[in-house]
Design a protein around this ligand. Structure first.
Ligand code: SF4
Length: 710
């Protein structure tokens, strides 16, 4: 890219794409314009490395489609007109109040993202609950990590991934469920590869597709989609019946073992093999390797979470690790690999299912504590869980939700069954879209548009996959008349009555200091896990990120690499819950009319709905269009050729896409990257996990026919 000599100085910050949390330095020229990026060599996470997205991140600051001014629809609702910030904010606040006066407070919903800074999530949560007065507020967690959140809470009593990347260097067995690290989290993969090169240990990959990670695996388990619970129960059958479990750990630190032991007797590998597609010997072999390893770890991503039984899948991975004593020890852990850069921040500080600092909405003491801290009447405070993002759109269809504020999220591309989403957006009385880019697809349906600043134009924190809080620096001034999301939320708060009572700090650091105060305290008389009270912006820069809990008075800069090392869990008994998980088949299955499984996922060059990477030259050059992976034998039967076009049809809609013949997928499965607009999510299934409300993106079915031309 730009020769180093054109860089006059470097500024430290953190990458704003995925949850790996790579430390980067941004190179500025004499005119203070961003010209390049490089990995920070002193950072523990990435040790100087970046993936293609991080390397090219400097290209997005002045890319086409950036919002420059607030916009409002003309009176015929035909086109956008430029307006002032005051008018855009006043109009929006007025519309929210009018809708709430007519239909009640819960007729308005707010949906945000995993891309904002933690202080912004905290502030938006405060505004939504404390001022607007609804708990219909959700983030993209519901499309991404909600099943992990729910599974952690059910097993351990609290959200929060217990492990860290450092565990790769200690583990003796690494098992990945539905996670393709080389494409989704390339720098985490690089950390794993380094550990594997230094110290050989078995790499076991569970994935219906031969992903890049599966190609490098010692054992690849090409499982039938949606049957992870059968595989894990069957592994536990072998472990328990061969007495390979860690009984001392089970007795001291868990509850529910007898129920698990009874349940897994129904999952003898002899029978289970016919349900999950993995042969009996392999199940037995993998179970023995895992249980006999001095330390074994499991990671997972969307292959587990995006399912109608995602929460159960997570709980069952936790079961496997609890019965083998693999929680809280170096190399022995459950570790969800989060999607967006700050999905953890939204989980920690605001979502429809919880209160700041992992407090529980249903808990009166938790609600009172927050209401007192914000100095509002606890009666104003929403008392029950609000609607998740995936329930908000159906509530628009039924008329319960009349207005919505979308912040840095693009449901017209990211949600399943986008035909249904389009109709819902068209039905809204009022929609405000807040995004860095005004050409984001969902903005076609908005009444007001707020142009937001991009991450390096503002200050605050992210939390990465391993609970590491990293600082984001405001490297340059906001572009044109865009504003930091933090500023927009503060300005909106001033337009509500409670906004005059609740204190909204002027700076991100002020909000961070409030969060530090709120993070102190106890859960069931034990120190709160999510304690950041010992952190400061200065310490975060010095340490290149600190993992929570990090308590007041701690000057070590080391943080906490692992949770539950003492075997004590934030449950009433202090013990982890072993949760019996039975398999139930409620997914759409391939059938005569729709004979192929439809699988979707990511490519390394693109991030989410391409609002940013779609504007970066080399990302597009290497991944210019959507494509469909298809097995050559299946293609031959249908007369389909490599690089020809086909039409896919599901019960939800259809899409036309180019074919790539490959052995990566089996005869009855096709795979399409999810990043592209008007493509795979026209087809995907909207069935939800009952606990997390996360959709099953990966388990629909389609039929395929050749098309002559586009
Ligand atoms: Fe950024 Fe993730 Fe790539 Fe690291 S791995 S550079 S955090 S996109």
């Amino acid at each position: 890219s730009i020769p180093a000599k054109k860089v006059s100085h470097w500024k430290y910050t953190t990458c704003n794409y995925c949850s790996t949390g790579c430390s980067i330095e941004i190179g500025l020229n004499d005119e203070k314009r961003i010209v390049t990026t490089r990995g920070h060599a002193g950072a523990d996470v990435n040790r100087g490395k970046l993936c293609i997205k991080g390397i090219l991140e400097h290209e997005l600051f002045e890319s086409p489609g950036r919002g420059t001014e607030p916009l409002i629809r003309d009176k015929h609702y035909e086109k956008f007109e430029k307006t002032s910030w005051d008018n855009a904010l006043d109009t929006t606040a007025g519309k929210i109040k009018a809708i709430q006066e007519k239909y009640g407070r819960d007729a308005f919903a707010v949906v945000s993202t995993g891309q904002l800074l933690t202080e912004e999530f905290y502030t938006l949560g405060k505004l939504t609950r404390g001022c607007i007065g609804t708990n219909n507020y959700d983030g993209n967690t519901t499309l991404c990590m909600a099943s992990a959140v729910s599974g952690y809470k059910r097993s351990f009593g609290s959200d929060g991934p217990p492990g860290c990347y450092g565990d790769f260097e200690h583990t003796h067995c690494f098992m990945a469920f539905g996670s393709n690290l080389p494409e989704q989290h390339p720098i985490i993969y690089w950390r794993l590869k380094e550990a594997l090169e230094k110290r050989k240990f078995p790499l076991i990959v569970v994935d219906p597709r031969v992903t890049m990670l599966a190609q490098f695996a010692d054992i690849h388990l090409p499982i039938t989609p949606g049957t992870d619970c059968i595989l894990i129960n069957s592994m536990m059958f072998v472990i328990i019946n061969e007495n390979l479990q860690d009984q001392a750990y089970i007795d001291a630190h868990t509850q529910g073992f007898e129920q698990i032991k009874a349940l897994v007797q129904d999952y003898n590998p002899k029978e289970a093999q016919h349900l999950c597609g993995i042969d009996e010997d392999t199940i037995r072999n993998v179970a023995r390797i895992y249980a006999k390893a001095p330390a074994a770890m499991s990671i997972w991503t969307m292959g587990i979470n995006q399912s109608t039984h995602g929460s159960d899948g997570v709980a069952n991975i936790n079961n496997l690790n609890l019965i083998t004593g693999n929680i809280g020890k170096p190399g022995g852990t459950s570790l969800s690999i989060t999607g967006q850069c700050n999905a953890m921040g939204t989980r920690e500080w605001s979502s429809c299912s919880g209160l700041p600092g992992y407090r529980y909405l249903e808990n009166e003491a938790d609600r009172q504590e927050i209401a007192d801290f914000w100095r509002i009447d606890p009666e104003f405070f929403p008392k029950k869980r609000g609607l998740a993002q995936t329930d908000i759109f159906p509530a628009i269809e039924t008329g319960e939700i009349k207005g919505m504020w979308l912040v840095a999220t693009n449901p017209m591309t990211s949600m399943p069954n986008t035909n249904r989403i389009r109709k819902a957006l068209e039905k809204l009385d009022f929609l405000v879209v807040q995004d860095v880019y005004e050409d984001v697809e969902t903005n076609q349906y908005s009444h007001v548009y707020f142009p937001a600043s991009v991450w390096a134009e503002k200050e605050g924190c992210h939390t990465n996959t391993e609970r590491r809080v990293n600082l984001i620096s405001n490297v340059i001034e906001p572009y044109a008349n865009s504003k930091p999301d933090f500023w927009i939320f503060n300005q909106m708060a001033k337009r509500f009555d409670n906004g005059k009572i609740i204190h909204f700090p002027d700076t991100a650091e002020g909000a961070f200091n409030e969060m530090k105060q709120l993070s102190k305290g106890t859960t069931y008389d034990r120190p709160r896990n999510l304690d950041i009270s010992g952190m400061s912006y200065e310490k975060l820069i010095k340490a290149r990120g600190i993992q929570w809990p990090y308590r007041e008075g701690d000057e070590s800069l080391k943080g906490t690499p692992r949770l539950y090392s003492d075997g004590v869990f934030p449950t009433p008994s202090g013990k982890a819950n072993l949760i019996p998980v039975n398999f139930y088949n409620n997914n759409e299955q391939p059938c005569a009319d729709y004979p192929f499984w439809l699988n979707s996922g990511r490519v390394v060059e693109h991030f989410h709905t391409r609002t940013r990477t779609g504007k970066i030259g080399n990302c597009n050059k290497f991944s210019p269009t959507p494509y469909m992976e298809m097995n050559p034998d299946a293609a031959k039967e249908l007369g389909i050729e490599h690089q020809s076009y086909v039409r896919l049809t599901s019960r939800r809609g259809d899409a036309v896409v180019m074919v790539q013949l490959t052995q990566r997928v089996s005869r009855n499965m096709v795979f399409i990257p999810f990043h592209f607009h008007d493509c795979v999510n026209r087809l995907t299934l909207g069935l939800l996990d009952p606990y997390s409300r996360q959709p099953a993106f990966k388990q629909g079915s389609v039929r395929i026919e050749p098309v002559d031309q586009l």
